[in-house]
Design a protein around this ligand. Structure first.
Ligand code: DGL
Length: 326
């Protein structure tokens, strides 16, 4: 079974990286629309067209299901994608409901692209919540990520200036409504008061993928659902209970030369798993990972060359360092 992930660029790698930890024996495809990134400042019609092209390409490469690992493309094009293709298409929405359910005694701040924030889908979602929800478009953060500028002084200044527009001390949580923002969790953590939780929508998306495909995906050894951020302790809206035992250290635990099982303990132990590639495939942009998983990478329909694949490893390493920051 081939599962495809699609994003405008490198943001969706955060969802893929989690899938590589969680599942085993899977063939993944990853499509970054590098020729057209960013999506968040384009028109809805343009994103519909680009998304149809991207998913069409992935289906032609044998995808049995497609995860739209992009909040912007989901907001603009999910119904068109579902109508156009005969495979399951799983979208990604800002986790404002999870934030409201867990920390709703205080306001939620959603950061996302301008298109996601202006979208009808978000208005409907937020309209159903009791929780006070503020939103902030951060288009430059997508550009910083694409330029591999993750924690520079310019990034810090931009984020401080933008976030200072809000009464941060009143917040319960910050929702990352754009997958590119997962690269900046450390800088965001520095700026926010310590009790404000940072919530991404990754686990919810993968839970949906797993349930949509029934038994089609095998869990990696020791994995179980639900995992990571699905468990919040809502008591007074500020405590956070990460049930990490099911996530700990599965990358690098199996396969040649990948090292021993790591961090298999339970409780609130931090995850030490690493997202190490096992080797480059002979056929262009394919990488083999522990747990018997592989990924074929494409930039707007072109298979990645060796130098580009090495860069992907840099992104995955950065994401690995960010994943337990909440
Ligand atoms: N990563 C995308 C998202 O989740 C959008 C970034 C872009 O503007 O291209 O919304």
């Amino acid at each position: 079974m081939k599962i495809a992930f699609f994003d405008s660029g490198i943001g969706g790698l955060s969802v893929l990286a989690e899938a590589l930890r969680r599942f085993s024996g899977a063939e993944f495809l990853y499509f970054a629309d590098e020729d057209h990134v960013p999506y968040g400042t384009k028109s809805r019609a343009e994103i519909v067209r680009l998304s149809l092209d991207a998913v069409g390409f992935l289906v032609s490469r044998g995808a049995d299901a497609v995860v739209v690992a992009c909040n912007t493309a989901t907001s603009a094009a999910i119904s068109e994608l579902r109508g156009a293709f005969g495979v399951p298409v799983i979208g990604m929405e800002p986790a404002v409901k999870l934030a409201a359910d867990s920390f709703g005694a205080r306001p939620t701040l959603l950061i996302a692209t301008p298109l996601t924030i202006a979208g009808e889908k978000l208005a409907r979602l937020v309209g159903r919540l009791e929780c006070e929800t503020w939103s902030l478009p951060l288009p430059r953060l997508v550009e910083f990520a694409q330029d591999l500028e993750f924690d520079s002084p310019a990034v810090r200044t931009y984020l401080r200036e933008e976030l200072d527009k809000f009464e941060l001390e009143r917040l319960g949580s910050l929702v990352l409504g754009c997958t590119h923002f997962n690269y900046f969790k450390d800088v965001l953590r520095e700026i926010l008061p310590p009790y404000v939780r940072i919530i991404d929508g990754i686990d919810g998306t993968l839970n949906r993928l797993a349930s949509e495909l029934g038994g089609g995906l095998r869990l990696a050894r020791g994995e179980d659902l639900p995992s990571r951020t699905t468990k919040f302790n809502a008591e007074d809206g500020v405590k956070f209970d990460t049930n990490l035992s099911v996530q700990a250290g599965k990358f690098g635990a199996e396969g040649r030369g990948a090292g021993g099982e790591q961090g298999a303990g339970g409780g609130n132990e931090s995850c030490v798993g690493k997202n190490n590639a096992e080797g480059y495939g002979a056929d262009g942009g394919k990488i083999y990972y522990p747990n018997g998983n592989s990924v074929e990478y494409f930039y707007s329909g072109r298979a990645l060359d060796a130098a580009q694949l090495r860069k992907v490893e840099v992104f995955l390493k950065r994401l690995d360092a960010m994943r337990e920051i909440n």
